[in-house]
Ligand binder design. Structure first.
Ligand code: S3P
Length: 433
């Protein structure tokens, strides 16, 4: 599917973005092992979340959709999952595979987790190692490095897992396994990854004690309560209209109801440091997560240096941040971001290739990139390497690039942001965005 974009004269209006992907995955999983029915309002209806729904259904969990943006998950309790008849297909969703691995390790039955070509190439040793240290019987392909994962349900014991990388997926897999483990399970991470699992487990009656970067859960959990969740808009999706409004002259937009959990908003901090005109309005708490409306106006940006703890808080936003940096004056330097190499694509390589084709001055580094700006961009025909966030970055670039820009594999955008094209078109005042 092709998406054509061309420069527009300004973006305006109020829009909302779809529900948070990470929170939707977790609300589904914890709903499935909760006691009774959990309602999820504003869930993300995307390819990745459908993978989690499919896996839970295959494990015997009934999930209903009483309204277009609401799901009801009929939880069967911590020990109520049933063995799946065949391999559980995580499709393209790394979050589904890694969290499921943790959840299934301590069951009394065996499971296999499989995936499509793209996910089959993503590292799984990062979950296999810590889960084995808890007594899990789990193996992967190619020397335990990749999917598919074969799991023999086993009794688990708590362990101290010191992670070499800041990864919420790995942290969450370990905590989910910890629900079934004898004794305390501790995860120590090197930087602050998203904390939705800790918040949601605690809200469901299984406290996760966090002291800085060390998180402990005491297992085995006797039960997990059902919980109704209102899912805030996904900051990682809001990132695209936000950067679009900063870059397109004469823009003034509001993105409503966006989750602003501090473990997710590194992009906001970087953009503000770059001189972006972004204000947070109506800051509030919803369903255990901070939420705000974000007002964004066109801005002259300056280059910025990004590294350290800011990186895990920005981890999904580097392609669109890089686009913003091509329009900022001076040098933008990103380091400590080697994790970008193992996302849906090697996002250092694919971001560099994409932005260079559009005329940007960008150099890769082993763990980041350097950008010199501002550089006028020129439109091109591009594909996203089947990476939704690259695809949306290309579409936003098309709003400022001279001439037309064509994204040839726009269907992947729906992996995280169904409705992206329509929202951008609305902001552009009906012009096809
Ligand atoms: C996610 C964690 C991050 C992020 C991904 C979603 C999650 O991955 O990139 O899009 O929901 O836990 P890592 O854990 O690999 O950093």
């Amino acid at each position: 599917m092709e998406l054509h974009t061309r420069p527009v004269t300004g973006l305006s209006g109020r829009v909302s973005v779809p529900g948070d992907k990470s929170i939707t995955h977790r609300a589904l999983l914890l709903g499935g092992i909760g006691d009774g029915t959990s309602r999820i309002d504003g869930f993300l209806d995307s390819g990745d979340c459908r993978a989690t729904i499919g896996c839970l259904q295959a494990l015997g969990i009934r999930i209903e959709r009483p309204a277009s943006s609401t799901l009801q998950v009929h939880g069967k309790g911590l020990r109520g999952l049933a063995p799946a008849q065949e391999a559980l297909d995580c499709i393209r969703s790394g979050t589904t595979m890694r969290l499921m691995a943790g959840l299934l390790a301590g069951q009394t039955f065996d499971s296999v987790l499989t995936a499509n070509q793209q996910l089959l190439a993503r590292p799984m040793d990062r979950v296999i190692g810590p889960l084995r240290s808890m007594g899990a019987c789990i193996s992967g392909g190619e020397g335990d490095r990749f999917p598919p994962l074969a799991i023999t349900g086993s009794p688990l014991r708590g362990a101290v897992c010191v992670l070499p990388m800041a990864s919420a997926q790995v942290k969450s897999a370990i905590l989910l396994a910890g629900l079934y483990a004898e004794g305390p399970t501790t995860v120590q991470e090197p930087g602050p990854s998203r904390d939705h699992t800790e918040r949601m487990l605690t809200a469901r009656g299984v406290p996760v004690h966090s002291e800085g970067l060390v998180h402990t859960l005491r297992g085995p959990a006797p039960r997990l309560s059902a919980l109704d969740v209102r899912v805030p808009g996904d900051f990682s999706s809001a990132a695209f209209p936000i950067v679009a409004a900063l870059l397109v002259p004469h823009s003034d937009i509001v993105v409503e109801n966006v989750g602003i959990n501090p473990t997710r908003t590194g992009l906001l901090d970087s953009l503000l440091a770059m001189g972006a005109d972004i204000t947070l309005e109506e800051c509030r708490q919803e369903g255990g997560e901070p939420v705000a409306d974000l007002r964004v106006r066109s801005s002259d940006l300056q280059g910025v240096s990004i590294g350290g703890d800011l990186v895990p808080r920005t981890i999904d936003e580097f392609p669109i941040l890089a686009l913003a940096a091509t329009q900022a004056s001076g040098h933008t330097r990103v380091r400590d971001a080697a994790e970008l190499r193992v996302k849906e694509t090697d996002r250092i390589a694919t971001t560099v290739t994409t932005l260079r084709t559009l005329g940007a001055k960008i150099e890769p580094a082993p763990d980041g990139f350097d950008i010199m700006g501002p550089t006028p961009l020129k439109g091109a025909e591009l594909h996203s390497f089947a990476d939704h966030r690259l695809g949306m970055t290309i579409a936003v670039a098309g709003l400022i690039a001279v001439g037309g820009t064509v994204l040839t594999d726009a269907e992947r955008i729906a992996d995280s942001y169904p409705g992206f094209e329509a929202t951008m078109a609305r902001l552009a005042g009906g012009a096809r965005a």
